[in-house]
Design a protein around this ligand. Structure first.
Ligand SMILES: C[S@@+](CC[C@H](N)C(=O)[O-])C[C@H]1O[C@@H](n2cnc3c(N)ncnc32)[C@H](O)[C@@H]1O
Length: 300
């Protein structure tokens, strides 16, 4: 599919905006030394969410908390992703915030990795984090870009990943449009790695919490959790599901069910002993809010 088309599964009139037409760059390395900060247009109904992230990027600056306060889980996600990324891969981090995971992976693997985010403040700080990152094995680039209209040619990347960016796209329509963009820029046989929260995983954790007399947790105003069966049905013609990794199950049971059951209104320390140990333990069961879906682009 060309980058100029609206995905066929999504009715054109359902997308409440016009996208800016643009010529995709040939390759991530084509942007090296000349990182584009050009903003691409966004559907108007997503502007409040972008505003939220732009503000958050300014507030937290270089800190990992710009994307998420749970640094322990951020780090674990990066380690799990690294298992599917090899030296010499070209990689896209779709919705990279200020580059925490992008740079974590760039330190671990000899890759060419590009992080994109639609919040300029995030990219500004990602570039500062890059300048202070120390030894990077390959090369890392950051640019302002919209996941719904990626500024890259078809079949560019070996690996694309998204961590909690799809849930920030407001509706299943935009989530599906982004999935098709990831598909477009991936090489045939390339992997799309999706670490996201689903309606079903949230309900499952909440059922456990409620059994323990704890309140259900609700999504933040800017989050739209993925509907797992609907998304799996949607991706079927495009991707083969290689693996679903329950990499956060024990972690959530211990930190979001057992701990609050014993310590009501306890102070949460995401970098503290409980969180760090819970992330290191074998992850048993299917209670994690997040899972990693490893999807392989079908060769047509
Ligand atoms: C929850 S944060 C996760 C950041 C990062 N993936 C991580 O795991 O640390 C979501 C990020 O996605 C970005 N984002 C949301 N919608 C986007 C879009 N349409 N295009 C590009 N970035 C987007 C936000 O600006 C924010 O930085």
């Amino acid at each position: 599919m060309s980058s100029e088309e609206v995905p066929t599964h999504v009715e054109k009139n359902e997308i409440n905006a016009s996208f800016v037409r643009h010529t995709p760059s040939r390759h991530p390395s084509a942007d090296s030394g000349n990182v584009s900060n050009r903003l691409t247009d966004l559907p108007r109904d997503l502007e409040p969410i972008r505003h939220h992230w732009e503000q958050r990027g300014r507030k937290y600056g270089l800190s990992p908390s710009a994307s998420w306060v749970d640094e322990t889980m951020l780090q674990r996600e990066g380690l799990v992703l690294a298992r599917y990324i090899n030296d010499d891969d070209t990689v896209l981090d779709a919705g990279c915030a200020n580059g925490y995971t992008t740079l974590q992976l760039a330190r671990m693997r000899q890759i060419r990795i590009t992080g994109i985010d639609y919040a300029p403040s995030m990219i500004e700080h990602a570039n500062v984090n890059l300048s202070r990152a120390g030894h990077i094995k390959g090369a890392a680039f950051f640019k302002v870009n919209n996941f719904l209209k990626l500024d890259f040619a078809d079949n560019t990347f070996d690996k694309v990943y998204t961590k909690r960016t799809l849930i920030n796209l407001g509706s299943p329509i935009y989530q599906k449009a982004a999935i098709l963009e990831a598909h477009r820029v991936l090489k045939p046989g390339g992997l799309f790695m999706v670490s996201e929260v689903t309606v079903q995983s949230s309900e499952k954790l909440n059922r456990l919490r409620q059994k323990l007399g704890l309140e259900a947790m609700s999504p933040l105003w800017h989050n739209c959790y993925l509907d797992e069966p609907e998304i799996l049905r949607f991706i079927e013609p495009y991707f083969e599901v290689k693996r679903i990794k329950h990499f956060s199950s024990t972690y959530y049971v211990l930190t979001w069910a057992i701990y609050p059951f014993f310590v009501r209104n306890g102070q949460r320390n995401y970098r503290g002993f409980l969180h760090r140990v819970s992330a290191l333990l074998p992850q048993i069961g299917d209670y994690g809010l997040q899972k990693l879906y490893v999807l392989k682009k079908r060769s047509r």
